[in-house]
Write a protein that binds this ligand. Structure first.
Ligand code: CTP
Length: 480
């Protein structure tokens, strides 16, 4: 029996036998034999069969000859943005394929997409409201556009027109769909569909390169007849393939650090001069907290050893709050073993040896004398510990000679990687306190320049690198 015959027999059995399938499709016995002989089902019959199987808890992929039960796992959320091209109708099929893979789908349509399909058809499929307006009183009352952008595990733009890709690459926010792509902190995936000339145009290709560099995943269009009658690359990738890629992104996003213990230092330290005064620095702790949140979201067990900051503890993170560098050092050593250590804290280099136990009063003509002693170097200490985490990552915040100083720190502290970021005196462009960061990752002799990006995006990029490192090094540290 051929593969198709085999899978078709299973489909017939799941739907209650040949008679039931003939009745369902409104055909006689010879039609079923013809489908079998041609190893193919007409498109309209395929849709009927898919719907009937769906109702019975099965999903059927005839092209891949797969029949599998609909997942009962916790639903992953995808925000499906359909933009205005002739391939918009395939967005409906894609919504179904995503649901087959256990996604809950929330639909968004641009104004031009509504020239091709209606929000009602998408809404009927997803069983949810479809969002179309940026400034809609009802939408904002029910769910603000920022929450819409954040309440998802993936933003998928399919089909994405050349115009929409240009908007994304330029960061425009002139409609609901483009605003959501800008406001989201979830991964963004784009499946373009357009005329072959538009696809090949340098402007489109430049825009795609720009999106690719920002970490947007592009599902390239395929070659074939396009709606305008031209042959070439431009057809939307098959909905089944897009749905598979989406499932893969969300799955790997969630699980790549599962079973790993990640130790993170964050924030400044306070080195007391007396009970009310201290030596510290301008670190906000935002980068360390963003790293902790991202590692936990990727399945890691996270210990966050934080100096004094007023940020909320990220979900599923064990927070150890400390004040001084010495306390941070102790907390880190007590948290070992760990698979990965990331030292993002701006640790004060010195502590006050003669710190007073009472508040020091000003006295005329007497200059206070502060005696300083060196704090332990936590990053160097973790890098050289007996139970050294296999991957130790530090930060180098520098005002000049960024890469040179970062390389020196990498060698001196004996860590594996250093993230070098530039700090300036100007508070408006300083990494301290900002939500953004411009950094380079130094991995031994390799230097990867990252774009100016949010601290969350930096965390995601670092996790991609860590994931690759884990795959390349067969490090199976048993820390549980
Ligand atoms: N670090 C640390 N413990 C210290 C000092 C620094 O763990 N006592 C870590 C930081 O968390 C960071 C890296 O070392 O990952 C570099 O910190 P940075 O402040 O840039 O450098 P310093 O080591 O303090 O050196 P310098 O002040 O000379 O630049």
């Amino acid at each position: 029996m051929s593969d198709f015959a085999d899978i078709f027999a299973q489909v017939i059995q799941k739907l209650g036998g040949r008679d039931a399938v003939q009745a369902l499709l409104g055909v006689g016995p010879s039609a079923l034999s013809n489908y079998l002989r041609r190893a193919e089902l007409p498109r309209d019959k395929m849709a009927i069969i898919s719907t009937a199987l769906h109702a019975k808890g099965w999903s059927f992929e005839p092209k891949k000859l797969q029949l599998y039960p609909l997942t009962t796992q916790t639903k992953r959320r995808v925000l499906l943005i359909i933009t205005g091209g002739i391939a918009a109708y395939k967005g409906l099929d894609l919504a179904r394929r995503l649901m087959d893979r256990g996604f809950s789908v929330r639909g968004v349509m641009t104004e031009s997409a509504q020239n091709f399909i209606t929000p009602l058809s998408l809404s009927a499929l997803t069983g949810d409201k479809v969002y179309t307006e940026l400034f809609s009183l009802t939408d904002e009352a029910e769910m603000g556009h920022i929450r819409l952008a954040r309440d998802t595990d993936l933003v998928l733009v399919a089909p994405a027109t050349a115009n929409f890709i240009a908007k994304l690459s330029h960061g425009l926010a002139d409609c609901l769909a483009s605003t959501l792509c800008l406001a989201t902190d979830a991964p963004v995936m784009v499946a373009p569909a357009m005329n072959p000339n538009m696809w090949q145009h340098p402007a489109t290709q430049d825009n795609l390169t720009c999106l690719d560099q920002r970490g947007v995943q592009i599902i390239a269009p395929v070659s074939g007849d396009t709606a305008c009658g031209e042959i070439g690359i431009g057809r939307l990738a098959e909905p089944v393939d897009i749905a598979d890629a989406a499932a893969q992104v969300v799955h790997s996003k969630r699980n790549c650090l599962a079973g790993r213990h990640v130790l993170i230092t964050s924030g400044p330290t306070h080195e007391p001069i007396d009970p009310v005064r201290y030596i510290s620095n301008r670190s906000s702790g935002k980068q360390g907290y963003a790293l902790a949140a991202a590692c936990a979201a990727h399945g890691a067990r996270v210990t966050l050893v934080s100096g004094p900051v007023s940020l909320p503890c990220p979900a599923n993170v064990t927070l150890v709050k400390v004040n001084t560098a010495r306390a941070m050092h102790q907390a880190c050593l007590s948290s070992l073993p760990a698979d990965i250590a990331i030292c993002a804290a701006a640790v004060a280099d010195w502590y006050v040896l003669n710190a007073a136990t009472q508040k020091q009063k000003k006295q005329n003509h007497v200059q206070p004398q502060i005696e300083l002693a060196k704090n332990p170097d936590i990053l160097a200490s973790l890098s050289q510990a007996t139970s050294r985490p296999p991957l130790v990552i530090g930060f180098a915040a520098e005002t000049e000679h960024l890469i040179r100083h970062a390389k020196d720190k990498l060698a001196k502290k004996k860590c594996d990687w250093i993230i070098a970021n530039h700090i300036s005196d100007d508070p408006s462009s300083s990494v301290f306190g900002s939500d953004h960061n411009k950094a380079s990752l130094l991995k031994g002799v390799d230097i990867i320049d990252w774009p100016y990006q949010s601290k969350q995006a930096l965390a995601e990029r670092l996790i991609v690198e860590i994931d690759q490192w884990i795959k390349a090094h067969d490090c199976s540290i048993e820390t549980k």
